[in-house]
Design a protein around this ligand. Sequence first.
Ligand SMILES: *Cc1c(COP(=O)(O)O)cnc(C)c1O
Length: 361
Amino acid sequence: MNARDIPPSAADAVIRPEIAAMHAYPVADAEGFIKLDTMENPYRLSPPLREELGRRLAEIEINRYPAPSYTRLKALIAEKLGVPAGFDVVVGNGSDEIITMLTTLVARPGACIVAPAPSFAMYPLAAKIAGVRYVAVDLKPDFTLDLPAMLATIERERPALTHVCFPNNPTGNAFAVADIEAILRAAPGLVVIDEAYQPFALDTWMPRLKDYPNLVVMRTVSKLGLAGIRLGYCSGAKPWTDGLEKVRPPYNLGVLHEAAGIFALEHYEVLALQAQLLRESRADLSAGLARIAGVEQFPSRANFILVRVPDSARAIAGLKARRILVKDVGKQHPLLANCLRISVSTPEENALLLAALAASV
Ligand SMILES: *Cc1c(COP(=O)(O)O)cnc(C)c1O
């Protein structure tokens, strides 16, 4: 018998049914498109920095395993990205892996994870893969937190983990600080604040780790111009970081990722400047969107803007015909009907998007 001849029924008897019923995470084929669907930073490093990075990577001993303490990388993260003194850093292969590790950490029988909805798709996905019950609490139609509903759910479910995405993907707003404080006080378990968009919001909970022993702050360098190297990190009180170190695959960052992350953080001012450019472009994009009749936009603190159009299928088709890719989030949640999520990009790409959208609504 050849491996291809395994009857599907034999696999069905082995693979967990809830996994068999899933689809692999969809990623659109972007060949030849202006890519405004995944919040990437459109700016690359300058040619001299790229050459220097190439020389740095050429020196790496790829015959060796990484040193799993990632000491220099973590020290740079702490120094450049504002982790308070005395708090450890845990690194992940993207914050996606940190979400998986956090979920694994709390996946006791009967455990529950709570989060607002709509929010980041990886929270329910990680819970499903780990077999943990997930309870979503709808946001209000203006995408603010429904605090009474959140608190009632926390009281009823006693969640081991509560996710708060700040600013929230895919809505772009940052929830009220007082609401999040109320959640931190009420939650019996861990509260993870996902600050993937911190470079564009500037507000951060990182300094408040000292005030809330149940708080973990998670970030990534993906939206800061380094999506390709897969580097996320989090910090929190010692029981959490120690626990995460036990579930972290020991060599989760390859030596090339590690070296590229160190190099990029040594030139952090370049990334910070790019984020500033994108914050300025966000204001220009927003002003342009306001001039297109039929497009409703929601205020954004992130490097994307959520818009509602009269007919999202028509708008997506029009943008596709003009070789522009945006994210159709309409099916993710009833509150997002006819909504598109558009990454903020360079002035040139933003202008192309605005012209194409005006012709497609
Ligand atoms: C993009 C995104 C991440 C994923 O980050 P990676 O580090 O690329 O895995 C995490 N959280 C939110 C809310 C995001 O939008």
